[in-house]
Design a protein around this ligand. Structure first.
Ligand SMILES: Nc1ncnc2c1ncn2[C@@H]1O[C@H](COP(=O)(O)OP(=O)(O)O)[C@@H](O)[C@H]1O
Ligand SMILES: [Mg+2]
Length: 357
């Protein structure tokens, strides 16, 4: 998929801009606080219907206005798609080809944007939730059933937690809900296991392309119970073992909502042993992996790299850019970046100029 253009009206510091993009690389350059991240935030917003920087949509509306608009034109093979978003005090409205999008998850079929931003460097060191989100978002983008399983798991989990909050927990009822939870969890564990297996096939290749040294890297997923033929029995045993503690703490302590993965670099946990540079390299490589797991060219996600270039030395920067030229469409923001023939927008003093550098 290709984002051909985006128009922003009163979005953050951009009162009125119309930007046109190309296949392949697109650069957005400018000094700090010019609004580079704001542009890629708007691009990424289209993919999830929410910002990666804030949970409050009103932050996205220009301080001096009460309504913001983001209008995007996308091509998807021969299909032309238009997404229009309006944000106002009365809420958020998303239109796809002028029809109302009722659930934001409908955007999964419309556009996919993968973002790497400076905090992603800490992917392996932050909370497990961030790593689960990585799996959940990427899996939801390619598998509608995954999202459904996740929703149904979360619904049952809430019911179980509510039940645990009762003064006298009805144990028969708890057992029924636990069985339902085990059923719902299986689908998630199976999908996550398969996805991690696929990631492990491409992850080392991406790492060795971005960084020329050959490292032994892998992603290791820790399901609460393995998704094999004994899953049901093992899951029941695991929940029985956790029962006492669940009753005491009044919350469900095991299941996909508590799972995690780790990255090993030369057989060591990169979160604990890796340098900042290694963490950044592996986090960037992992973030790009989902791109390779989508085979259909038209469905290839749009890649956004926000402000990561300044951290790299010249050699690594060149290698990364040359790698990224193979992608369908990539947006890179930076304070200084130049490459021959690349569609570049430069922001300076609230003016945005386009040039092919
Ligand atoms: N709702 C808003 N209204 C007006 N300006 C905003 C709003 N939200 C953020 N900004 C401004 O946007 C600027 C930061 O933009 P950002 O995209 O993060 O810059 P860059 O990535 O170029 O460093 C800041 O000056 C900030 O005050
Ligand atoms: Mg920025």
């Amino acid at each position: 998929m290709i984002l051909n253009s985006i128009s922003l009206r009163n979005y953050r510091n951009h009162k009125s801009v119309d930007l046109f993009f190309e296949k392949g690389l697109n650069f957005i350059v400018g000094d700090n606080a010019q609004g580079k991240t704001n542009i890629v935030e708007a691009i990424h917003f289209l993919s999830l219907g929410r910002s990666f920087r804030t949970n409050e949509d009103f932050n996205l509306i220009n301080d001096q206005s009460d309504t913001a608009y983001v209008i995007a034109n996308i091509t998807f093979g021969d299909l032309k798609k238009k997404i229009s978003v309006s944000l106002s005090p009365s809420g958020k409205k998303v239109l796809y080809n002028n029809k109302v999008v009722k659930k934001l998850s409908e955007l999964n079929d419309i556009i996919n944007v993968i973002i790497f931003e400076p905090p992603t460097t800490m992917l392996f060191k932050t909370s497990p939730k961030t790593r689960r989100d990585f799996l959940d978002i990427n899996l939801s983008k390619i598998d509608e059933n995954y999202l459904k399983s996740l929703f149904s798991y979360e619904k049952i989990l809430k019911e179980r937690n509510n039940l645990l909050k009762n003064e006298d927990v009805n144990l028969d009822q708890l057992e029924i809900i636990t069985d339902m939870l085990i059923n719902a969890a299986e689908k998630i564990v199976v999908s996550r296991t398969n996805y991690i297996y696929e990631i492990n096939k491409v992850f080392p290749k991406v790492v060795s392309t971005i960084n020329k040294t050959k490292e032994n890297v892998s992603i290791n997923y820790f399901p609460f119970v393995k998704a094999d033929e004994d899953y049901k029995i093992n899951a029941k045993t695991a929940f029985s073992k956790a029962l006492e503690s669940d009753l005491k703490k009044k919350v469900t302590s095991i299941g996909p909502h508590r799972e995690d993965f780790k990255i090993s670099l030369n057989n060591k946990d990169v979160a604990k042993y890796g340098s900042q540079g290694e963490n950044r390299l592996l986090a960037l490589s992992l973030t790009l992996c989902p791109y390779f797991l989508i085979k259909e060219k038209d469905k290839k996600p749009i890649i956004v790299l926000d402000d990561v270039m300044s951290e790299l030395d010249d050699e690594n920067k060149e290698r990364l850019i040359s790698f990224l030229t193979n992608f369908e469409q990539v947006f890179i923001t930076s304070t200084s970046l130049q490459s021959k023939g690349v569609n570049t927008y430069e922001i300076k003093n609230n003016k945005i100029l386009r040039r092919i550098s």
